[in-house]
Design a protein around this ligand. Structure first.
Ligand code: 4AD
Ligand code: MG
Length: 431
């Protein structure tokens, strides 16, 4: 009986072993009595040669007529051959079609970006997309591992919410049995409630932003890695972010090698090695003004500003102490300069910009009521959130990291949607 192997293991199998592989036909070339097939599975692609005379005639005909993307079972002998891609091939001894492709596979070399996105459900089979998804899964696993090792408890928060976390302009409205509710922009407030029991919590789940911005870094649905800590300052939060990013990038660089190779990419762990530079908003403003940006004090930085700013650095860097006007109401004003907040964004270098946003939260009841009012919001919409400040309140801090933003930066992709399975953007909710 031939061993049933995956493609990656077939490359490692001993010469002349008979193996059985299951996969899809990625390509076919016929040269008279010789058929070259590219067989693809989740682990890679291997060349299969089918020679008339060395295989039952029925199987040879089946192989020579097989259509692209048909699913098949191939049995054959492993042959090391430096001319074959990857240095080995399978000399076919038996060939069986499981599921025939009954129409011409629409994705062909040179297809446009739009066509590939319209056919994302089929494009997902490409080795490159597969490699990106493997890397995404590795990173997600590493993030979970890091939080657990460092004493954070994973919690799962609701997606339906009744009041804005990050400002009303980017809320998706949902009809909830006749009542207006929204899709969550961030689970931060629920995490703040949870720290009173669990102290350190984290979540990896989707957030939603009704942001019409057609940039290369905005999705309307993205995966948000959020954490909240009781008894923690802005400094504590930055220290956690620095270690989280530094450690996971290092571990990813060590484990993603085979997938990076398929993408022709490289992750150099030293680009995320702590410590990260820190600059205050005021200094960032000076840098931007010196580059010709006309920004008023208090304005938040947009994609253009962050791109230019982050070209000045070759490591991730923190921008801290944003003005109150630039940040959501819950940010703690700096006691030594109440015009600014104890906030920090982490920006990725090389033009990528913000990948983390966070800071210290207001833990004083009266101050929080005042800031809610100043933001033009109604304290009665935030009753339960205010309650948290009534019973044993504590200084606390947290942050949110965009999973796709991090991958987009690490893989150096042009557009953030490339790291999602089915991207959601202002112009795309299908497929
Ligand atoms: O800076 P943001 O809006 O912060 C919050 O939501 C906080 N409540 C998080 C917290 O403190 N718990 O979002 C955090 C991160 C951003 O830095 C970015 O990486 C990502 O979420 N993000 C997006 N990613 C893709 N597409 C979008 N439209 C994004 N909006 C935010
Ligand atoms: Mg932000």
């Amino acid at each position: 009986m031939a061993r049933r192997l995956h493609v990656a293991d077939a490359f490692e199998a001993p010469e002349d072993e008979e193996v059985e592989l299951f996969g899809w036909i990625r390509n076919k070339r016929v040269h008279g009595g010789l058929v070259f097939l590219e067989l693809r599975d989740s682990t890679g692609t291997i060349q299969v040669t089918v020679k008339r005379g060395l295989i039952e005639e029925g199987s040879f005909v089946e192989a020579s007529e097989v259509t692209r993307e048909s699913s098949v079972i191939v049995t054959g002998i492993v042959k090391k051959d430096p001319r074959a891609p990857g240095g080995a091939e399978i000399r076919c001894t038996s060939f069986k079609v499981i599921g025939k492709s009954i129409a011409e596979f629409p994705i062909k070399p040179g297809a446009s970006v739009k066509f590939l996105l319209d056919n994302r459900h089929l494009h997902l089979r490409s080795p490159k997309v597969t490699a990106i998804m493997k890397i995404r899964a590795l990173l997600t696993g590493l993030l979970h591992e890091w939080f657990r090792k460092n004493g954070f408890t994973e919690i799962h928060c609701p997606t339906f919410i009744t009041a804005a976390v990050e400002g009303g302009a980017t809320l998706f409205k949902v009809d909830y049995f006749g009542k207006n509710v929204y899709l969550t922009q961030s689970v931060q407030f629920y995490q703040e409630a949870a720290i009173f029991g669990l102290e350190k919590v984290y979540t990896i789940q989707p957030s939603f932003r009704a942001e019409l911005s057609r940039t290369r870094r905005h999705l309307t649905e993205f995966w948000h890695v959020e954490a909240e800590m009781a008894n923690a300052t802005l400094e504590d939060m930055m220290a956690v972010v620095e270690r989280l990013v530094g450690d996971t990038v290092k571990a990813l660089a060590e484990s993603a090698g085979p997938y990076l190779k398929i993408l022709g990419k490289n992750i150099n762990a030293s680009i995320a090695e702590p410590p990260y530079p820190r600059i205050k908003y005021a200094e960032a403003l000076e840098i931007l003004r010196s580059k010709g940006f006309n920004i008023e004090w208090g304005q938040d930085f947009g994609a253009d500003e962050e791109r230019e700013l982050s070209k000045e650095f070759d490591k991730p860097f923190f921008v801290t102490h944003y003005p109150k006007e630039a940040k959501a109401f819950y940010h703690m004003p700096d006691p030594s300069d109440p015009r600014v907040t104890l906030s920090a964004d982490l920006l990725a270098p090389g033009g990528y910009g913000e990948i983390v946003g966070g800071g210290q939260r207001i833990h004083d009841y009266e101050l929080l009521v005042q800031r809610i009012r100043e933001a033009g919001l109604n304290p009665s919409d935030y009753e339960w959130y205010l309650d948290l400040r009534k019973y044993g309140s504590v200084p606390h801090s947290g942050f949110g990291l965009g999973l796709e933003r991090m991958l987009w930066w690490l893989l150096g992709m042009v557009h953030i949607r490339s790291v999602t399975l089915f991207p959601r953007t202002p112009t795309r909710v299908y497929p």
